[in-house]
Design a protein around this ligand. Structure first.
Ligand code: SAH
Length: 507
């Protein structure tokens, strides 16, 4: 039917996937990036919101069972109102927007109001949840048919629209959502209508998230197992022989750090790299941003030094943040990459070097192993005579003076370009801190002395028995100085080095 559209606004009804941040579609990401307003649910991973452009309004409308932050009619009104105002509204829903997601109702309201909308399908928990537990919903040897039903309706009430007699007799796999609370009644109905008691059943809770849990049983005993384990929503349930594939297809839960909750403490922007690598090997990551970088206090002096950068023999970068701040200033001053001249570039470690290489500049010197200031000083010692060599060291406001002192001691002329400063992050971490308090954690990682200092200044009581991992000797010293014990220190002082050490520790 032709659209009734009259206003410039548009509402995208987007499936946000089941939780794994990678299971958002490219189109879904585009819609988040384009949004003026994001309206999102309980089951939509808040990680996706990071794609929003700065200033995007965010409205959480909840909808955890029994705790409707905003009733459905109000949500309908809200998206209609926002879209009618001419805004680009992205309505994010867990999984797929029209599979038990009331996406069709919202679309109908938008249609009635004469505003434009699009439906962007998402990866549903009904299929992805079982897949992440090693259970394929169809299989040539077990099931050529899939039935998905809602467990929300009370099967013992006369007004249920589900026909359990037919469901129990249907061939193939059955999947139900929203059914943990009613598992007793649902399994009883299946048995009453002739399903075999030994039919395998699996429940997957928080599927595709780092904290995924799977419970396996049969139609006869799964309800008792749910009770005994205190297994709660949200979970997707699979009934059928496909569950027997799990022992050899359980790829997600078999990863080395699966079941380990690990705290990552860095700036919001940087945490991503470490979190992603830990999550890839199975960890359930809690990101607690503890520090934030801000431009250096004295921008004028910094600008003058960057302006003269081509007059030096060497530029030294000792952190990725330094590289970012340097080139932000460089790009303001020059419109030609060649203005950096023939200066050579030294970096403290691979993370910093990657930032430089991203600018299509080669790195001339980097320590072999010890990616700390002392390592870089040694690299210079081995590399050349430093007498009268002109060096520009791009640094943070608060840092150790090793580089300047040692290189000056070797006869170099060192200028220090203070590029940025590190301040405590206090705004962005409340949710993560609450989660840490409620759930505890197995390990906390520190990637610099300043993350140690700022995290401890938050005065969070560390969960009992929590292990501490450090990226290298300087960070470790900061940890021990504050009276804590380092359980793991990375051999190679880099993010991949830290990840390798953490993995080895838990293996
Ligand atoms: N539209 C969603 C389903 C919404 S109904 C989708 O396509 O996935 C809400 C129910 O979905 C929950 O009660 C639970 O049964 C299921 N669900 C959603 N995300 C889940 C997840 N990550 N793990 C397990 N179950 C999930």
């Amino acid at each position: 039917m032709a659209s009734k559209t009259t206003t410039p606004g548009i509402c995208y009804l987007v499936g946000a996937g089941p939780g794994d941040p990678g299971l958002l579609t490219l189109k879904g990401k585009d819609c988040i990036e384009a949004a003026d307003v994001l309206v999102y649910d309980y089951l939509c991973n808040p990680e996706h919101l990071r794609y929003a452009k700065p200033g995007t309004e965010r409205i959480y409308v909840g909808k955890k069972a029994g705790d409707h932050t905003l009733p459905q009619e109000e949500i309908n009104k809200l998206i209609v109102k926002l879209t009618t105002e001419g805004k680009t509204v992205t309505r994010l829903k867990g999984g797929d927007p029209v599979l038990f997601g009331r996406g069709a109702e919202e679309a109908a309201e938008l249609y009635e109001a004469g505003v434009k909308f699009e439906i962007v399908p998402g990866i549903t928990s009904a299929i992805a949840g079982p897949a992440y537990a090693g259970i394929p919903v169809t299989h040539r040897s077990h099931a050529s048919q899939l039935t998905i039903f809602t467990g929300h309706e009370d099967p013992t009430k006369p007004d249920t629209s589900l026909n359990y007699a037919k469901l129990a007799q249907a061939d193939g796999t059955k999947v139900f959502l929203m059914g943990v609370e009613r598992i007793d009644e649902i399994t009883a109905q299946f048995l009453k209508h002739g399903a075999k008691p030994e039919t395998p059943v699996a429940l997957v809770r928080w599927a595709t998230h780092g904290c995924q849990q799977t419970l396996v049983g049969t139609l006869a005993d799964i309800a008792a197992k749910v009770k005994a384990a205190g297994f709660k929503a949200p979970a997707v349930a699979v009934i059928g022989d496909v569950v027997t594939e799990r022992p050899h297809l359980n790829w997600f839960e078999d990863r080395p750090l699966f079941g380990k909750k690990i705290v990552v403490t860095r700036t919001r922007q940087q945490a991503g790299v470490l979190s992603k690598q830990l999550a890839q090997i199975g960890a359930d990551v809690i990101e607690v941003p503890t520090i934030r970088t801000e431009p250096a206090t004295d921008q004028k002096t910094f600008g003058e030094l960057v302006n003269d950068c081509h007059t030096y023999d060497w530029i030294i970068f000792t952190s990725p943040n330094g590289v970012d701040a340097f080139f932000t200033m460089f790009d303001k001053l020059f419109n030609d990459a060649r203005c950096i001249g023939g200066v050579r570039i030294a970096c403290i470690g691979p993370g910093t070097a990657d930032k430089v290489k991203a600018r299509f500049l080669a790195v001339d010197l980097m320590p072999d192993k010890k990616f700390v200031a002392e390592g870089l000083v040694k690299a210079f010692k081995d590399h050349q005579d430093m007498e009268n060599v002109k060096v520009l060291w791009v640094r943070a406001e608060e840092t150790r003076e090793v580089i300047a002192n040692e290189l000056t001691g070797m006869g170099a002329i060192v200028d220090e370009a203070i590029a940025y400063r590190t301040v405590a992050e206090t705004e962005d971490n409340l949710e993560a801190l609450a989660r840490l308090k409620a759930e505890g954690a197995d390990m906390i990682t520190f990637t610099s002395a300043s993350t140690v200092e700022h995290f401890l200044n938050l005065k969070v009581t560390l969960p009992e028995g929590i292990k501490i991992a450090s990226i290298g000797p300087v960070t470790s010293a900061a940890i021990t100085e504050r009276g804590l014990k380092v359980d793991v220190e990375a051999k190679e002082n880099s993010i991949p080095g830290l990840v390798a050490a953490v993995e080895k520790f838990w293996r």
